[in-house]
Design a protein around this ligand. Structure first.
Ligand code: SF4
Length: 331
């Protein structure tokens, strides 16, 4: 980490969706789904924040909010000194260049009709970077080689289907980084890849974020992956951040019972990691019908009476390690 400059911050960020739900198998009624429910997170230049939690906890909605792909229901996102919602067209265009995303599925995120050179050169053309095609070709070649696809000439003329899954994800990373962004979000970047090539792609991602001094967010259901790549980690459960802080502190101390359960599940060899959370019981509640009090109380092995009534608030346990749990006075 070179300097402690905040690149992006979410303040009391909320996103609700109005969804139709089936009751008694037939009747549809409308309910509010609180996908993201008042979270506070930030990322500094040169650091990576890991966001971890089960499927449906709000990780991907958070990423889309931070990229301006969803309109927040409440709260704000601050980029440098400017609120995302207050940006004019010019600033928004610059932000679109600054903020890039690597998606989970490289099979879907690359246009199958584009050769690799066109996939990489397209964003340069859109943002009018490089004086001509020849210069953009050189830029594409360079970023492909940095992404481990060398000699680049061997890959430039190929189509995505002529490459392996790992190579495709390297192309997706190269495409995101060719614009020299300040901020990169990777959403489950290796979960679709064969286990044998995951480490190489993760190593590349970590190297790119560090050497380019980016603010990175890596989203995963796998806390061991997040531990490998992130300086700080936020644990989400049903739209809330329940614990966040420096990654090693969070893993070693893991104050929150849910973080503890995630750590227990981490060595699970199932690539889909269908959370065999042996320390907690039952399934996560329906997000359109959240329990009162602490929303984890229906599964928590340490739940107390107060947990059923009052929602815990985040408390600083020291060194920026925050936890929302009544065991630590979070009331
Ligand atoms: Fe468990 Fe209560 Fe803490 Fe929630 S507030 S995690 S139910 S102990």
């Amino acid at each position: 980490m070179t300097e402690n400059k905040r690149v992006i911050e979410a303040i009391n960020l909320r996103k609700e969706f109005n969804v139709k739900v089936r009751t008694d198998g037939k009747v549809k009624e409308r309910k509010t789904l609180k996908a993201v429910d008042g979270i506070n997170i930030f990322v500094n230049k040169g650091e990576t924040l890991g966001i971890v939690g089960e499927s449906g906890c709000g990780k991907t909605t958070t990423a889309k909010l931070l990229l301006g792909l969803h309109e927040p229901t409440d709260g704000s996102i601050v980029i440098g000194d400017t609120k995302l919602t207050h940006m004019n067209r010019k600033d928004m265009k610059a932000f679109r260049r600054q903020a890039q995303m690597v998606f989970q599925d490289p099979y879907e995120s690359l246009n199958p009709r584009f050769r690799i050179k066109d996939t990489i050169m397209e964003p340069l053309e859109i943002h009018k970077i490089g004086k001509d095609k020849a210069e953009r070709y050189e830029m594409a070649k360079q970023i492909l080689e940095e992404s481990g696809l060398k000699p680049a000439e061997q890959f430039m003329e190929r189509f995505p289907h002529e490459m392996s899954g790992g190579q495709r994800q390297r192309v997706a990373i190269a495409r995101a980084l060719v614009l020299q962004p300040d901020f990169l979000i990777a959403d489950e970047p290796v979960s679709m890849l064969d286990v044998s090539i995951r480490a190489g792609v993760l190593k590349l991602l970590r190297k790119m974020i560090t050497t380019r001094d980016l603010a990175g967010i890596v989203i995963s259901h796998d806390i061991s992956l997040v531990r490998y790549i992130s300086d700080r980690t936020a644990v989400m459960y049903l739209g809330k951040v329940v614990e966040q802080g420096p990654t090693e502190s969070l893993i070693e101390k893991r104050y929150h019972p849910y973080t503890d359960a995630l750590m227990e599940a981490a060595p699970n060899p199932d690539p889909e990691l269908k959370f065999s959370l042996s320390k907690i019981k039952g399934e996560a509640p329906n997000p359109v019908d959240l329990p009162c009090g602490c929303r984890f109380h229906t599964r928590c092995p340490k739940a107390m009476d107060v947990c059923k009534k009052d929602e815990p608030i985040e408390v600083d346990m020291g060194g920026g390690h925050m936890v929302a749990c009544h065991l630590y006075g979070g009331k």
